[in-house]
Design a protein around this ligand. Structure first.
Ligand code: ZN
Length: 184
C-alpha cells in the first residue's frame, strides 16, 4: 500500500515519536509499505511520522543514488527505536530536501559521523558507525522521530524567507509528484 505523505503543518511531524515493540500490529507489512511509499515518491528516507504514525521507525534506501558512492549501493534498511549515541567529526554542509516539505531545499550543517543503536525489522539489536552520505540520511530521518524538521536547522533569516512557501505547503497548495496529506 502506498501512503500519502504528511506535509509541513501536520502536528504529527512535531511530536516526539514513541518506541514500539515486536508485537506492533502488522509491523512487517508496514515496513514493506514504507519502502514502497518511499520508492514511488523518489525518496531515499522515510520516517513513520511522515505517514501519520508517531512511532520510532524509519527506512532508508540509497541504492538509487549509488552512482558516485559504492557505500550507498546496498544501504537499504529499517531502523526501529533508533538512538544516536554519539556524533562527531567535521561539520558538513549539504543541500537537503524532504518529502514532507516539497519544493524546498536548503543547506543544512550536520556532523559527519555518528554511532547509532537500533533494532532491525526482526528486532535484532545493532550498534553501528556511519559517516558521509549515509550519516546524513540517518540524521535527517532520526530528526523526524524527534519531531524536528531540516528547516529547524537553518538560519532564522532563511526560515523567514520561506514563510509563505511553508504556509502554502501547510494548506496543500504545492506541487508534488506523489500524494500528500495537508492539514486542511
Ligand atoms: Zn524528511
Amino acid at each position: 500500500m502506498i501512503y500519502p505523505i504528511y506535509v509541513y503543518g501536520q502536528p504529527v511531524l512535531r511530536q516526539v515519536a514513541a518506541e514500539i515493540g515486536p508485537d506492533y500490529p502488522n509491523l512487517q507489512q508496514l515496513i514493506a509499505d514504507m519502502f514502497e511509499t518511499m520508492k514511488v515518491s523518489d525518496g531515499i528516507g522515510l520516517a513513520a511520522p511522515q505517514i501519520g504514525l508517531s512511532i520510532r521507525l524509519f527506512v532508508v534506501d540509497t541504492t538509487s543514488a549509488s552512482d558516485d558512492d559504492p557505500q550507498l549501493k546496498d544501504f537499504r534498511k529499517a531502523f526501529i527505536n533508533a538512538k544516536i549515541l554519539e556524533r562527531w567529526g567535521e561539520k558538513e554542509v549539504y543541500n537537503e530536501g524532504c518529502l514532507s516539505i516539497p519544493g524546498i531545499r536548503e543547506d543544512v550543517v550536520r556532523e559527519s559521523t555518528i554511532r547509532i543503536q537500533y533494532y532491525d525489522e526482526n528486532f535484532q539489536l545493532h550498534e553501528e558507525v556511519y559517516d558521509g552520505f549515509r550519516a546524513r540520511v540517518i540524521q535527517h530521518e532520526y530528526d523526524h522521530i524527534e519531531g524536528i524538521l531540516f528547516i529547524d536547522r537553518i538560519s532564522p533569516l532563511r526560515r523567514k524567507l520561506l514563510k509563505s512557501k511553508l504556509l502554502n505547503i501547510s494548506k496543500g497548495e504545492v506541487e508534488a509528484n506523489y500524494k500528500i496529506k495537508a492539514l486542511k
